[in-house]
Design a protein around this ligand. Structure first.
Ligand code: G1P
Length: 273
């Protein structure tokens, strides 16, 4: 059973400056809830309640979000407003949180490598909160857990993207095992459209087997001079130990203004009308 979910949250979020000058991008709200809240819901739905968050400087608001705010709680006690906190209170109750800091930006692979001591030598989930995914029947992490239980190897979430966008994503090549599952044979971080072999892109959901940490230790800097999880996963893929799941549901790229706007419209229609 997978119990742990890691949330890399150390990135600067430069695409959202100036908002992210002082506010962690994971705390940007889609209406009344920050991105990390939606991501946490997805992890909990999948049964992942041992939570590890990789933060960095200027990210303290993330720790405070999952802590008691005595002053506010006292001020609204007994009023109608109390129910506005019930969802996050529930998250705080069912989860166990550990935080650690990535001191120097050195890529997603390096951020994930900081989770070694949060993970009990077991497979674990990873969620990038700015990829906001929705499926009201079965969340994307739940879909991935099912795939893991069947294949017992690392799993990445996949979606088709327009060819011009391959340079924004890890891109895979693979062999179809089932309607929505590929055995991955190769993966490349952010190839130019002219070099991309497919348009199957990795989105920010992973299940990783714990040998990934030793692989990461030996993975040289890749794209952008940083340690890339895509390169480490490629080592597993070459040994036939990584699959891709074309998930069902919606995904909003909340690291971009357009995706953020679309998510806001979607959740307004869903939750406020
Ligand atoms: C990261 C990964 C990339 C993946 C993407 C999904 O890139 O490195 O392989 O496709 O997340 O959102 P980032 O968006 O952090 O640059």
């Amino acid at each position: 059973m997978i119990k742990t979910c890691i949330f890399p949250a150390a990135g600067y979020g430069t695409r959202f400056l100036p908002a992210t000058k002082t506010l962690p991008k994971e705390m940007l709200p889609i209406l009344d809830k920050p991105l990390i809240h939606y991501a946490m819901e997805e992890a909990i739905e999948a049964g992942l309640t041992n939570i590890g968050i990789i933060t960095g400087r200027t990210k303290r608001a993330l720790e405070d979000y999952f802590d008691i705010s005595y002053e506010i709680e006292d001020a609204i006690k007994g009023s109608e407003k109390e129910k506005l906190l019930s969802d996050v209170r529930r998250q705080m109750e069912v989860c166990n949180f550990t935080f650690t800091r990535q001191r120097k930006m050195n890529g997603l692979g390096d951020a994930i490598n900081h989770a070694r001591y949060m993970v009990n030598n077991e497979a674990f989930g990873v969620i990038l909160a700015d990829d906001l995914c929705v499926n009201d029947e079965c969340g994307v992490m739940s879909q991935m857990v099912k795939a893991y239980e069947k294949y017992r190897c690392s799993v990445v979430a996949l979606m088709e993207v327009p060819n011009k966008d391959t340079k924004k994503y890890g891109i895979i090549e693979g062999v179809k095992l089932e309607k929505n599952i590929y055995k991955i044979t190769d993966m490349v971080e952010k190839p130019d459209p002219k070099d991309a072999k497919t348009n199957l892109a990795i989105i920010g959901r992973y299940i990783l087997t714990p040998d990934i940490f030793d692989i990461l230790d030996n993975t040289p800097a890749g794209k952008g001079g940083e340690i890339q999880i895509t390169d480490a996963l490629n080592t597993q893929a070459k040994e036939g130990r990584c699959i891709g799941l074309v998930f069902s549901g919606l995904r909003f790229d909340c690291g971009s203004v357009e995706g953020f706007f679309e998510a806001t419209k979607y959740f307004y229609e869903r939750d406020f009308k």
